[in-house]
Design a binder for this molecule. Sequence first.
Ligand code: HQG
Length: 189
Amino acid sequence: MNDPLPEHLVGLSKFLSLVLRHDPAAIGLALDANGWTDIDTLLARAAAAGRPVTRADFDTVVALNDKRRFSLSEDGRRVRAAQGHSVAVDLALAGVVPPALLFHGTARRFLEAILQQGLTSQSRNHVHLSADPQTATAVGRRHGSPVVLRVDTVAAQAAGVRFQRADNGVWLADRVPADCLALADTPAT
Ligand code: HQG
């Protein structure tokens, strides 16, 4: 397991998430069709926008980030967010057969709507699913009192849902129909 990201770099991790997932234009940056951007250009645009970032700090955030939120290209010159985008990018991940059960953590107050309408991607490009209920609980807690749903991926695939796995292990789906969901135990974490 990695050392934790030093506290003083958490803000930089959030800044990179913002730019690489949601608002590259905030620093005059463009992502390519697959979400990649040149690292030197990113650092130059950040500095020009009044948010200077050293290459050493950038490398530390990419390496030590707890969820491996950022992926590097094979040649090491480009970076992208592994998942979580709201801007239109095609991650071009291969469709893969997921485990028969995946988990989705949410807040209790969303439960009624979700059990009626299914999971929809809201402001992001995908619904995000976790491989285990502990991770799902942590995701749900970001929104309030957490609850965990089991996702029957076999039924979902039969209904036409395509699953992808991001570089950091987070599972992505375009939607999950309500009849593929069931309430799970919410583990104490
Ligand atoms: C809910 C974090 C009402 C959904 C995490 C969720 C994840 C509905 C919220 C990643 C609904 C959207 C994504 C419906 C879904 N009616 N509510 N029909 N369908 N919802 O933040 O999955 O730390 O966009 O349950 O670890 O919470 O940022 O998605 O509560 O991987 O790297 O609408 O973000 O990663 O919330 O989290 P979000 P999420 P990072």
